[in-house]
Ligand binder design. Structure first.
Ligand SMILES: C[S@@+](CC[C@H](N)C(=O)[O-])C[C@H]1O[C@@H](n2cnc3c(N)ncnc32)[C@H](O)[C@@H]1O
Length: 281
């Protein structure tokens, strides 16, 4: 038998040596998962049995090889929802919660029946949050990668979200000029940045979710024209981008001449993170 705190301390040291960014948090999450409980309830556990300890240590070994925490636990928290995740789908990131929050505010401001489209929906994190926090909105979502789409299908089942498999470029022609809010967290990493990306993302997030041409803006260019097609005059678009793209992403929108109120927004660490704009009337 072992005490939870001793196990967490030893695992945390091992994860720290492997370069894991939040070793103590991850060790506690993995122990909770191995015990079938939650991290907040770990203080109620006095001793860990041999079998559970072996299961925990197996998870720690896998995390030390930089397998993402959420692949090991099978779930990811995003705003007020929990998503099922695993290999084949991009793991939702905390910074995207801000963009989702913006889309929810815009959907609520547009009133009951507001039409919201999540392009590049991955696991369905943004679409699910909009459906959860703006329940009177009509939500549509599209994903190109069949494997990611299968995860979104699970997460969006019975939510009323209209989920499609396909390319955002020609998605939802039936909604042309009728959408209130287009929201998107597209792939945006420049191909040349490969070496600087953390192993958890580089080796485990699908390639289609990460890379987007030499300057990382290929998908944002497609998003700009797709949003202009879908939105009603005065409708809003919001897109996440890399922290180095605060100016270049805005330029894509400014240069097309189709947008007003082009603004960039920082994340909680003060880095340029997402852009919003309004289709000219
Ligand atoms: C960075 S991930 C974001 C996923 C999700 N929105 C989130 O925030 O967790 C980008 C997603 O866009 C999808 N994707 C890439 N190109 C696409 C396209 N042309 N049309 C639709 N989806 C696309 C990828 O497969 C991936 O799931």
């Amino acid at each position: 038998m072992s005490r939870p705190n001793d196990l967490i301390r030893a695992a945390s040291a091992r994860l720290s040596d492997s370069g894991v960014e939040s070793p103590e948090y991850d060790a506690a999450e993995l122990l909770a998962h191995a015990l079938g409980t939650t991290r907040s309830r770990l203080p109620l556990v006095d001793e860990v049995g041999a079998e559970q300890r072996a299961g925990f240590e197996e998870l720690v070994v896998r995390r030390a090889t930089r397998e993402p925490l959420q692949h090991l636990t099978g779930s990811a928290a995003f705003r007020h929802v929990e998503l099922q995740v695993g290999p084949g789908v991009f793991l939702p990131r905390p910074e995207t919660e801000l963009l989702a929050g913006w889309a929810i505010e815009r959907a609520v401001a547009a009133g009951p029946g507001a039409v919201v489209v999540d392009l590049c929906c991955g696991s369905g994190a943004i679409a699910l949050s909009v459906a959860d926090e703006a329940p009177r909105a009509e939500v549509h979502a599209v994903e190109l990668d069949p494997s990611a789409h299968a995860w979104a299908e699970r997460n969006l089942a019975a939510t009323g979200v209209d989920l499609q498999l396909g390319d955002m470029a020609d998605a939802f022609p039936e909604l042309d000029s009728g959408v209130d809010v287009v929201v998107c967290n597209p792939p945006y990493i420049p191909l040349e940045a490969w070496a600087s990306v953390a192993p958890e993302a580089r080796d485990h997030d699908p390639a289609l979710a990460l890379w987007s041409g030499d300057d990382g803006l290929d998908a944002i260019r497609v998003l700009e024209s797709t949003a202009a097609r879908l939105l009603r005059p005065g409708g809003w678009v919001g897109t996440e981008h890399a922290d180095a793209q605060g100016e270049s992403a805005a330029q894509v929108f400014v240069e097309s001449g189709r947008w007003t109120e082009v603004r960039d927004h920082p994340d909680l660490a003060g880095r340029a993170r997402y852009l919003t704009a309004r289709l000219a009337r």
